[in-house]
Design a protein around this ligand. Sequence first.
Ligand code: S3P
Ligand code: PEP
Length: 438
Amino acid sequence: MPLFAPWKSCCNVETLRLQGLRQCAGRVDLPGSKSIANRALLMAALCQQGQTTELRHMLRSDDTARMLEALAALGVSMTEIDRTTLRIKGCQGHWPQHPQSLYLGNAGTAMRPLTAVLAATGPCPITLTGDSRMQERPIGDLVAALLAGGATVDYQGINGYPPLTITNCMQGGKVQVNGSASSQYISALLMALPLLAQDTTLELVGDVVSWPYIQLTLSMLAAFGIVVEQPQQQQFFIRGGQIYQSPQTYWIEGDASAASYWLAAGVLGGGPLRIDGIGHKSIQGDIQFVDYLRQMGGQVVLHDEYAEVQGGELVALDADLNAIPDAAMTFATLALFAQGTTCIRNVANWRIKETDRLHAMATELRKTGAQVEEGADFICITPPQQLQHARIATYDDHRMAMCFSLLGFSDAGVTIEDPACCAKTYPDYFQEFNRLCR
Ligand SMILES: O=C(O)C1=C[C@@H](OP(=O)(O)O)[C@@H](O)[C@H](O)C1
Ligand SMILES: C=C(OP(=O)(O)O)C(=O)O
């Protein structure tokens, strides 16, 4: 079926050596945002029966493929107009097919929202599972909220982790959710609760992480006609019986987390590099990367829908980057080119993402000769006098591969293992890198 035809993997090589790059200039068109794409796919599928949504600038990557496959298994009608334009027919949660299980790889933006939405709509029973890493990524706080709302959910392996089976739907009422491990649990509930017959008061407990992703969810829900009230900072009121309304066409803006690699490469390579797809108007929190990059000395001009980057002499950054956990990783490798010690703070949940990112980052950065302190929720990096060539393990983590590409701007260079893992969110990353940076 052409919809799920495999794309060319980013590079059919086991390792990639990058060294002595001096320039990164030209123009790059960002792929669609992973976070927006997977939300848009699900929301379009939930739209009123018979309504069609045309999603434009769709990201084609592993994570969106997992969402597309799940929706196809549920019987959602989808037409590929071209590689980045899809038409999705709404079925209002009355899924035409009843698969026994869904495989969601390592896509948090598929696993968490689908768990909540299917616990609201059925069909039951249904089992949601993922790859081996997904089975180590906690989902217990979300499931606890679903149970409190009246659902029946059973773990098939370890308590608190996928795979899980939903056997009875939730009703709503008063629900608490702990948001200190992942904001995706809250986003998932916000997408699911309007589908219930009953109204729900959703109370957030714990120190909620990654707030801008919740705002992103609220902004997209509004675009799809869903009303969410927020009487207090940590409380939402969601009226039941709402029906998603198609905006007819929905443009998926460029991926702001992916933009961080180009913004950083543009600074290291002196630019001028124009990055199309994000700007002032972005609804993604990771656009804040630009502010921190400027604090480090990077020269960036943000326009409405694109960014332009030149060089800059970099100084260290010390910041709480809880709001931008994905783009924050880029500062860990950029730190190797900055004067002083860079500290990235309040990122404990790096440990439960594609890999334990605090440990992986610390381990790989040390290979360059950097002095690295790994704390429970922070990492501090002091670059060495002279960077050493490093062979970097990437832990099946797309961001590890993309972050370490920046080491190509050092004389010592870098060898990146399994660069193809970038296909989780950016299959073309290294082709584009090769085109722009020399
Ligand atoms: O809602 C989202 O789209 C995301 C939220 C963040 O996760 P956490 O809330 O778990 O930090 C982020 O790291 C992830 O890549 C995407
Ligand atoms: C944490 C990430 O992914 P996920 O959506 O699977 O949580 C990420 O893309 O950095």
